[in-house]
Design a protein around this ligand. Structure first.
Ligand code: NAG
Ligand code: NAG
Ligand code: NAG
Ligand code: NAG
Ligand code: NAG
Ligand code: NAG
Ligand code: NAG
Length: 499
């Protein structure tokens, strides 16, 4: 069974995708919202613990440009000087704190960044001077506090962060000139110049670098999103329906979740989302509407994604399951005596899904053919209507789908042999029971494996997810969890992207 459509489901874990319109009023936008993600204060605490790593990377990867200046000196004439090869050493970062400001943004303060800047100053005298003649190395010990007030906004249909409100306070800046053999007036001049310049250069470059790292992170997320956004002819527009909302306790973003199949987009304009449907005690919430899932399943069906072939030993093995009805003789022969039995199953009507507090109800029609070797007509063909309630859970880094209740109705069944095309009641009972006890569990287990694999492909297994819950509600599903952000993930990300 190819379940690439499931890719789309996973988007919500990662994405702020691209699209266009963006409503100003969230309440108005709820109607157009197919998926919501809510990150609460405790989650931001965990993410903030990693802020210092990002800041460290920002300092280390900032490029400090060379700076030149000149000044007129009494008796001497013009003094030309330049600062170059500014490098940072022995960086250490104290701590980082943050606050959520309702309706405004986030404020972050990184205190006690200490670093040693090393560089070389070149200078020369004379109004005619073109080339600089002397140089001295210097070191500056510094202690800096850094403040960033990122604003989240809705830019070009995606959540964007503006980190331009960024400031640095220097608590300490002490200069050591190497050798210290320069005349005092020159030292004084350089001290003023270097300290002023270093402040300016460092402030400009660090804030720029933080913005860059933020953008790289966003692009990284977006890139991954785009990778699964397009899968053949199916994609999902998860652009934002409104600007994200910040309250004292959470950050929430609203996404459209429109499946697009062969350029035809689904429409969501009557979504039942309301913020009261989510609580605030877990770290991370996803709210997913049936209105996203149905068009996605429809597209997958039309794209012939719901197909499964089982053959040979795997098929014989499946039919060792104990059933209360007796296996018809032709079936037993097919499994045991034909060289290569094969069962082909596919969805033959658009599946329909409705979530309620009992679970997710899925209805659809499945068709199947049993081939008993050879290329000819199938020995048996049948079609069954399936109506089942499924509950979803995630544990031990695996997705579990449980069939809570199912009803199967065999719509039609026939043998290809001309003399006896119709099945008797016992044979129909056998098919019904086999679909229920063998078919459904098999299909669900294929789904489980497939969804788990796709989640793993996106690196979900790398996260420490604690007590995840999937809560079916009327017309939507809430997925809530706590998580840990493994240190090595961020380190790895920064290493790969900044090099
Ligand atoms: C960095 O720290 C180490 C160990 O504390 C010290 O030996 C070294 O001189 C420092 N480097 C600078 C440039 O201050
Ligand atoms: C700042 O960092 C330095 C060096 O890591 C440390 O000695 C000092 O105690 C810190 N000060 C504060 C206020 O955290
Ligand atoms: C779908 O959209 C793409 C890109 O906009 C376009 O190249 C293609 O012709 C469209 N296909 C159909 C069937 O409209
Ligand atoms: C929602 O969209 C459909 C299809 O475009 C349209 O027929 C319907 O009137 C819309 N409903 C509302 C409430 O806007
Ligand atoms: C199942 O087998 C049929 C016949 O060989 C083939 O056409 C079809 O593509 C197969 N489907 C899958 C999902 O492998
Ligand atoms: C099937 O049922 C028989 C008799 O009830 C029992 O002996 C056997 O262990 C069962 N097999 C399985 C795989 O459950
Ligand atoms: C087998 C199973 O999971 N049964 C559950 C089906 O759903 C009802 C209602 O939620 C539960 O009470 C059953 O335990």
């Amino acid at each position: 069974m190819s379940l690439d459509v499931v890719h789309s489901l996973l988007l919500f874990l990662f994405v702020f995708g691209a699209s266009h319109a963006c409503l100003q009023d969230p309440a108005e936008a709820y109607r157009f919202t197919g998926a919501v993600s809510r990150l609460t204060y405790p989650a931001v605490v965990v993410l903030n613990e990693k802020t210092t790593k990002v800041i460290e990377a920002a300092f280390q990867h900032a490029r400090y440009p060379s700076v030149k200046g000149e000044t007129s000196l009494f008796l001497i004439g013009t003094l030309i000087y330049g600062l170059e090869n500014l490098e940072i050493h022995n960086l250490s970062i104290g701590q980082s704190t943050f606050e959520l400001h309702p309706g405004e943004g986030i404020s972050m303060e990184i205190t006690n960044v200490s670093a040693v800047f090393k560089g070389r100053i070149q200078y020369g005298y004379g109004s005619w001077l073109v080339s600089v003649e002397h140089s001295i190395d210097f070191e500056i010990e510094s202690q800096i506090d850094l403040g960033i007030n990122p604003k989240l906004y809705c830019g070009e249909g995606k959540v964007a962060a503006d980190t331009s409100d960024c400031f640095l306070n220097f608590h300490k800046l002490s200069l050591h000139l190497q050798g210290d053999k320069e005349p005092n007036w020159l030292k004084k001049l350089f001290t003023d110049f270097i300290i002023f310049t270093v402040k300016l250069v460092v402030k400009g470059q660090i804030c720029k670098e933080i913005n860059k790292v933020a953008n790289i992170l966003a692009d990284f997320i977006q890139e991954r999103a785009e990778q699964f956004l397009s899968d053949g002819d199916i994609s999902v527009d998860i652009g934002v329906a409104a600007a994200p909302v910040i309250t004292a306790n959470y950050i929430e973003s609203y996404h459209k979740g429109l499946s697009i199949y062969k350029n035809v987009s689904a429409v969501i304009n009557e979504s039942v989302f309301h913020p009261s449907q989510l609580t605030e005690h877990k770290m991370l919430y996803f709210w997913i509407s049936d209105q996203i899932l149905n068009p996605m399943f429809t597209a997958a069906h039309h794209d012939a994604r719901f197909q499964l072939n089982i053959s040979g030993a795997e098929l014989s093995e499946l039919f060792k399951t104990n059933l209360s009805s007796i296996m018809p003789e032709y079936f037993r022969k097919c499994l045991l005596e034909s060289g290569s039995p094969q069962l082909r199953v596919w969805s033959s009507s658009v599946p329909y899904l409705h979530t309620s507090t009992l679970g997710t109800n899925v209805r659809g029609t499945a068709s199947a053919q049993l081939h008993c070797g050879g290329a000819g007509a199938p020995t048996l063909s049948f079609q069954a209507e399936v109506d089942m309630d499924i509950t979803v859970s995630y544990a031990d880094k695996k997705v579990f789908l449980q069939n809570n209740r199912s009803e199967i109705y065999v719509l039609q069944a026939e043998f290809s042999s001309q003399n006896q095309p119709h099945l008797d009641q016992a044979q129909l009972d056998f098919i019904r029971e086999a679909v229920e006890k063998i078919g459904i569990p098999k299909v669900l287990s294929v789904f489980e494996t497939e969804v788990t694999r796709l989640l793993d492909e996106q690196g979900t297994y790398l996260f420490d997810i604690f007590s995840p819950e999937v809560l079916p509600q009327e017309g939507f599903t809430v997925i809530q969890m706590d998580f840990g952000f493994p240190h090595h993930l961020l380190v790895e990300f920064l290493r790969r992207t900044l090099q």
